[in-house]
Design a protein around this ligand. Structure first.
Ligand SMILES: O=C(O)CCC(=O)N[C@@H](C(=O)O)c1ccccc1
Length: 368
């Protein structure tokens, strides 16, 4: 397979409601899509970062330069391009996992389409539909939170994740647990907002029977997470800290986590995501697929990953309507708390030209 053209499509999608975490408060998704045209097929992927380096160190404008000036020259020069060859060819570029992920994924999409193979088949999925959870942002009041959770439970989500931060933790979690009962699968995500000095406060979350406490401490603090894990009854899940299969092996060996949230964008793509799945499975560590407000392109690809055998916990893969009034692919609809895994070639979805045109800010050719 040979790359003929790579195009960046800068997009802006309004969110149906603001989404607030301990590190961000978004009313729209501003990101870009990458379109890779090869001599065999065309592939699409979406960037997992934002315009600002707030959630992670990478950001859209910087990634565009890394793609154009450092990654594409290494990849387009290959006589035979494949997703598996991107990692080794890009090894000379340090870090920049989101940049590598969007490029590798677009190439993987094209490669699978060229072979008439779905992401699900290509990655090793074992299920045709997966149960999904929903992530609930920080709200102005507990009352508003309870209304939001009730609405999502009515929609059929099988698990609720609450964003927490210092000052918004014990009270909202207690209110949700008391309102919806002890059997609701409930977990929290701190997005690195706490420190070890908060250990006693975090330990009080043990009273609520949570599935997990996600990323309470800084992303580079595996030692701190290991210390905290020894104090808590609730399992710790790591997200931002796990950037590779090696990180997963280290975190497991240090007992810094008992669960891992796998986000393909964060770890450099779906092939590394599968390696993390394999490392965790070998150690009996359950994984689930995290979300980054993906459009239908990333959502379709995440659903394929979430269908692998070790993804035994519901992921943050909501129906399209959770975030977007109009998606750029056919919308994903919740059915009895599950989403179907696309089985068409590649991601199994296609960009809707009119919908894409409505959210496109600019298009720039990065390679031709
Ligand atoms: O459902 C979704 O796609 C969002 C799930 C979610 O809460 N993602 C958070 C996170 O910290 O995991 C996030 C949002 C935006 C960007 C990065 C991460």
């Amino acid at each position: 397979m040979r790359i003929e053209l790579v195009e960046l499509v800068d997009v802006r999608l309004p969110l149906v409601r603001p989404f607030r975490t301990s590190v961000s408060g978004d009313t729209e998704r501003r990101t870009f899509l990458l379109r890779v045209v090869t001599d065999r097929a065309e592939g699409w992927a979406e960037y997992g970062g934002d315009p600002e380096p707030s959630y992670c160190a990478e950001f859209a404008a910087g990634t565009e330069r890394v793609l154009a000036d450092h990654l594409l020259p290494r990849i387009t020069g290959l006589d035979r391009v494949s997703a598996a060859r991107v990692g080794p060819a890009a090894a000379g570029v340090k870090g920049n996992h989101l940049a590598k992920a969007v490029l590798e994924t677009a190439i993987l999409d094209a490669e699978l389409r060229a072979h008439g193979m779905s992401f699900a088949t290509g990655l090793g999925a074992v299920r045709d539909r997966v149960p999904v959870g929903v992530s609930v942002g920080i709200t102005d009041t507990v009352g508003e939170l309870l209304e939001t959770v009730a609405a999502h439970l009515d929609e059929g989500y099988v698990r609720i994740k609450l964003k927490i931060e210092p000052g918004w933790d014990l009270e909202p979690v207690r209110a949700v647990r008391e309102e919806f009962g002890p059997d609701l699968p409930l977990q929290v995500d701190a997005n690195t907002a706490y420190s070890l000095t908060d250990a006693e406060r975090l330990r009080r979350l043990d009273d609520f029977g949570l599935v997990q406490i996600e990323q309470p401490l800084a992303e580079d603090d595996l030692r701190g997470h290991a210390e905290l894990a020894a104090m808590l009854g609730t399992p710790i899940c790591l997200d931002e800290s796990i950037r590779s299969a090696r990180d997963a092996a280290t975190a497991i060996a240090l007992r810094a986590c008992r669960i891992v949230n796998v986000k393909p964008a964060r770890v450099g793509g779906y092939l590394e995501a599968r390696r993390i799945h394999d490392v965790c499975a070998a150690h009996g560590i359950p994984v689930w697929c995290g979300g980054m407000l993906e459009t239908g392109i990333g959502r379709a690809q995440n659903l394929a990953l979430a269908a692998l055998p070790g993804f035994v916990l519901p992921g943050d893969i909501s129906a399209s309507g959770r975030y977007y009034a109009e998606d750029i692919t056919a919308a994903f609809e919740l059915e009895d708390g599950h989403l179907s895994v696309p089985d068409g070639p590649g991601s199994g979805v296609n960009v809707l030209p009119d919908a894409l045109a409505r959210c496109t800010v600019a298009r720039r050719v990065l390679y031709a």
